[in-house]
Design a protein around this ligand. Structure first.
Ligand code: 3PG
Length: 411
């Protein structure tokens, strides 16, 4: 179905036999809490590719990103190495740089089967911004790092919508292959994009990234009947509907206002153009001295607390709508589900999907973690993707830059 080579071809390739150095791009981008990376399914899934390569005797050199420059979750990957290690039979070494002589030396002393994680790719100035593969291939980062390895494996399906150096730069300078996560996610998401449904198609969208949600609604407006909103983005849409929420209060550092400035125009136009497809929360939950408390959206006159979840009435409404659907998709959590007091919205929506026969897909590294945290059965969902933005783009049929680069690999 795809036209990229996989690890099977790498293994069969006599020029890159075992005991060679393989640069592997994974996606370990994760929630960060109090500076510490939170474990999630991305680690577990990528560990399978890493273990397979390590067991085959390759020297595995890992590249990954975390957060975006300027954001609170833009941190070093040192903690990620420790989390990844818990899923592997071997140590994960870490070096706090992305290329250059120290990196070259560290790669040079690896043994067959070793795993070495390099620093957050977005700390390297050549990684961003997006540019075409030729431009990225010409960067010092790609040129220098590729000199220390023999092949490139892209396993980061969930970041494949970004045209960044670590995702599109290497296929024109190194023999390149898709990892196991890339392969399986690509196949599942491409097949889903081709499906047609007779009945109602519902999509619950939440999380913190407003631009992703806007893209979803813009691109899937024709094929999704109802979007059920929650999370930070749900609050931004309420703000556009003249409810006094969706802005930062002193305890919240820039969760809402910057995103509002960047996206308010589009949010307003979505509310005009897709009004009958958008359902917003009619109640919200917050923490009141350690207890969950709720407030009806209509009675909010001033935002004085952080909202952590959709309210119970909204969660029931969303679950009822899902029970009548032919297909249900989820992108992003509807609340801070890591805290069980504020998991009501996310869990109730997932449980409604699990108990009905509708075709269902859950996307997002974070959201897929809720399935495990709350002991739901993965097999009750047709597909659980660790990708968020990439999964949405795949559903719209939009090409993914990282996959195009693998497909047009020239070496
Ligand atoms: C994700 O978490 O969706 C991917 O890692 C991409 O991250 P980004 O939206 O910061 O590019």
């Amino acid at each position: 179905m795809s036209s990229f080579d996989t690890i099977d071809t790498l293994n069969a390739d006599t020029d890159i036999a075992s005991e060679k150095r393989v640069l592997v791009r994974v996606d370990l981008n994760s929630p960060i809490s109090d500076g510490a990376v939170q474990d999630n399914r991305r680690f577990e899934r990528h560990a399978q590719t890493v273990q397979e390569l390590s067991d085959a005797g390759y020297h595995v050199i890992l590249l990954a990103h975390q957060g975006r420059p300027g954001d609170d979750d833009f941190v070093s990957l040192e903690g990620h190495a420790s989390v990844l290690e818990t899923y592997l039979d071997c140590d994960v070494k870490f070096i706090d740089d992305t290329y250059g002589s120290r990196v070259g030396e560290s790669i040079g002393v690896t043994e067959p089967g070793d795993v070495l994680l390099l620093e957050n790719t977005r700390m390297c100035e050549d990684e961003l911004p997006e540019a075409d593969p030729e431009t990225k291939a010409d960067t010092t980062f790609v040129q220098s790092l590729s000199g220390h390895v023999d092949a490139y494996v892209n396993d980061a399906y969930s970041a494949a919508h970004r045209s960044h150096a670590s995702l599109v730069g290497f296929p024109s300078v190194l023999p390149s292959y898709a990892g196991r996560v890339m392969e399986t996610e690509y196949e599942a998401n491409t097949a889903i994009a081709k499906k047609e449904f007779d009945g109602t198609v519902i999509m619950a969208v939440g999380g913190t990234k407003a631009t992703d949600v806007i893209d979803v609604i813009d691109n899937l407006g024709e094929s999704v009947d109802s979007f059920l909103l929650g999370g930070v983005v749900g609050e931004l849409f309420l703000r556009a509907s003249d409810i006094p929420v969706g802005f930062d209060i002193s305890s919240e550092t820039d969760r809402y206002d910057t995103q509002w400035e960047r996206n308010s125009e589009v949010i307003n136009s979505i509310l005009t153009d897709h009004a009958d497809q958008i359902t917003l929360a009619n109640d919200l939950a917050y923490d009141d001295a350690g207890e969950r408390a709720e407030v009806a959206v209509d009675s909010i006159t001033d935002k004085s607390v952080s909202f952590m979840d959709i309210g119970t009435a909204t969660a029931e409404l969303y679950a009822d709508m899902i029970r009548d659907a032919d297909a249900a998709f989820v992108k992003g959590a509807l609340g801070v589900f890591e805290n069980k007091d504020f998991a009501v919205g996310t869990v109730q929506v997932l449980e409604a999907i699990a108990e009905t026969e509708c075709f269902s897909v859950v996307g997002g590294g974070d959201t897929s973690r809720a399935i495990e945290m709350y002991d739901m059965n993965k097999t009750d969902f047709d597909h659980v993707s660790i990708a968020g933005g990439a999964y949405i783009r795949a559903l719209t049929g939009e090409p993914l830059a990282g996959i195009e680069a693998l497909e047009s690999e020239t070496v």
